[in-house]
Each structure stands twice: as C-alpha cells, then as structure tokens.
Design a protein around this ligand. Structure first.
Ligand code: RBF
Length: 334
C-alpha cells in the first residue's frame, strides 16, 4: 500500500512538471545583450533559475542586429531540439515565434515584452507601457517647466527611438505624451528615429540637435546607443529620463528618473512556472505597476537629489492613482 502511494505521488509530481528530465532552457536574444538592459535582465532571470535547479542547462544566443535574419536564426535554434523551453523578448518576436511554432509544434515558447494570445505553445506578457510612459512624461514635463537649472521656458521634450513599432507608436509615445500634457497641455514632443539600436555616435548627434532645438530633457529608447545621449547630457548639463533599468549611476547629475521593467523577475517566474507545469500557455498577460512589473524608482537618492520635493509629490500621487486603479490605461490592439 505504502509503495503504491509513493508511486502515485511520484506520478502526480512527474505529470505536473512539464518535463521529466532537468529543464533545458534556450534564451534567444533578438539583438545583443551588452548595453540593452531589457535583454540582459531576461538572460539574468533565466540564469538565476537555471542555477537553482540541479542538472538544468541554459544556452544564451545573441541573434545580432540584422532583423531580417532573426526568423531563420530562431528556426535553427529551435530545430537543434536542444531546448524544452525557449524564452525571447521584444514586441516583434510574437509574429516570428508564431511562424516558427507552426513547424515545431512540440516546442514551448515564452515571449516577454510582446503580445500573442491563442497559440497553445506560447505564453506572452506585455508591459503596459502607457503607464510607464505617463509617469516618465509627467516627471519630464514638471521638471521642464520648473525653472530649475538646465531647463528652459520652451515646452519641448525630446525622444530618441531605435525604430518605430506598434508598441512604440501606440503605447510608449502616447503614454509619454499624455504625461507631458498632464504637466502642461502646451508640451510638444520632438521625436528622432535612430534607425538601429547601437549607433551611439548618431545618438549623440541627435541629442545635440534636440537640446539645441529647445528640448531640455530627452527620453532615449535606443538600446546601447543611449551611451551617446548620456555623454551629450553630461557635456551640456541637460537632462535624461530612462526606461527599462536603473540607469542613475551612468550620469547621477543628469538622469532625472528611471521607470524600470522587472524583466528579470518576469523571466525567472514565467520560466519557473513553465517548468512546474503551471504556466498558462496560450495566454497573453498584460502587466504593469499594479502587478509590480513596472516601477518608477521614486526612492533612489539621485532622484531625490535632482528633483525638487513638490514635483516628487505630484509624481508619487500619479503613481498612487495608477496603482489604486483610479487612473487606468487601456491597452490598444497592436
Ligand atoms: N531595445 C533595446 O534596448 N535594445 C534592442 O536592441 C532592441 N531591439 C528592438 C528591436 C525591435 C524589432 C523592437 C520592436 C524593439 C526593440 N527594442 C530594443 C525595444 C524594446 O523591445 C522595448 O520596447 C524598449 O526597450 C522599451 O522598453
């Protein structure tokens, strides 16, 4: 009887786990890990989990900046048959994952920073970047009109983006714009498109031209090219706000605020759930401030030093109304 019970319990445990053997995790980076925190943190989350499971293996593959090659590279990655689960990230990946999934119907995927409901082999999670944009824009607008050192009377804020894509055009930019307008409806957003995610020299040129045109604060969303924006902000005594990661250390006097994505935790938790047989494949989640996956770093010492208290209080109030559900942002169809 006892032996039967043990066997029964073991069978249940094995049945709930997705795989009988130690998990083999594949991390597909559509770009380069270095200099892009959104990819680096995904890889870190996967590494953290793999380190906790005895026998687990992990391979991190960087597909590089040529987007035309990604689908073929993802196909080879999957065709190797070496992975129980493949995790990737960015809003263009769901479509590629969906295509590759048709040829490899046994392969499970996790797609972060993307939205794809309905494929039974894919779990995806999209950040509500309307919220992230709103808080960052609100801060930028309030500082820009504050008259503090480094600002000017022009109601103009700059943005440098790697490229246009639906999440950028329908969520990040509109959210940021809405935040700016909440500070003052007269604000204008001057957006420059870099055309890639690595050219720091060109990002520096675009920053100089934005500051010269009257922007006092820039939001760079351009991967490792943001190094150029950091350099110019420091040279000119102007400001930056950041997405994705805690970037204060890169320019503690020039970075006003960081609205981070907890991508490491999302990668760790979704992989862990997949391995335990608990991840709802086929589902697409939307996560934001309430769920704890978007956070504005309002207690960072650099933020407290750089931003006057009355502005911080207004920003805190905005964060509170988002977290309490008083201020909501409907995710558009992408
Ligand atoms: N963000 C990066 O930081 N580095 C990249 O190399 C990068 N490449 C991207 C490529 C494509 C096709 C798309 C759609 C987005 C890319 N992003 C990249 C942006 C990223 O997904 C995210 O929107 C921003 O980091 C803002 O959170």
């Amino acid at each position: 009887m006892r032996r039967f019970l043990v066997a029964f319990v073991l069978a249940i445990v094995a049945g709930t786990a997705l795989w009988a053997q130690a998990p083999r995790i594949g991390v597909f980076i559509p770009g380069v890990r270095e200099g892009s925190p959104i990819y680096d943190t995904m890889a870190k989350g996967a590494e953290r989990l793999a380190a906790e499971i005895s026998g687990a293996s992990i391979k991190i593959f960087e597909a590089g900046f040529n987007q035309a090659e990604w689908e073929e590279k993802l196909t080879s990655f999957v065709a190797s048959g070496k992975f129980d689960i493949v995790i990737t990230s960015n809003p263009s990946m769901p479509e590629l994952v969906n295509n590759v999934s048709k040829s490899f119907p046994k392969q499970k995927f996790i797609c972060l920073d993307g939205y794809l409901p309905g494929n039974p082999n894919v779990y995806s999670a999209l950040y509500n970047q309307l919220e992230q944009g709103y808080v960052t824009g609100y801060l930028a607008g309030l500082v820009s009109i504050s008259g503090m050192k480094g600002t000017n009377p022009d109601k103009k804020i700059g943005m440098i983006i790697g490229q246009n894509y639906p999440v950028m055009d329908k969520m990040i930019i509109p959210g940021f714009m809405q935040g700016l307008k909440a500070a003052d409806p007269a604000f204008q957003l001057d957006i420059r498109v870099l055309g890639n995610w690595y050219d720091a020299a060109k990002a520096a040129d675009l920053s100089r031209s934005l500051y010269a045109a009257g922007a006092d604060i820039i939001l760079p969303i351009c991967g490792s090219a943001s190094q150029g924006a950091v350099k110019v902000a420091q040279e000119t005594g102007k400001y930056l706000v950041f997405f994705d990661d805690n970037e204060f250390a890169r320019a503690p006097d020039n970075i006003l605020g960081c609205a981070v994505l907890h991508q490491e935790d999302l990668a760790y938790r979704s992989l862990k759930a997949a391995i335990e047989g608990k991840l709802p494949f086929g589902k697409a989640d939307v996560v934001g401030m309430k769920e704890g996956y978007i956070e504005f770093l309002n207690t960072n010492p650099a933020y407290i030093k750089n931003v006057p208290e009355p502005i911080r209080k207004k920003v805190d109030a905005a964060i509170q109304s988002i977290k309490s559900g008083q201020l909501t942002f409907q995710v558009p169809s992408l």
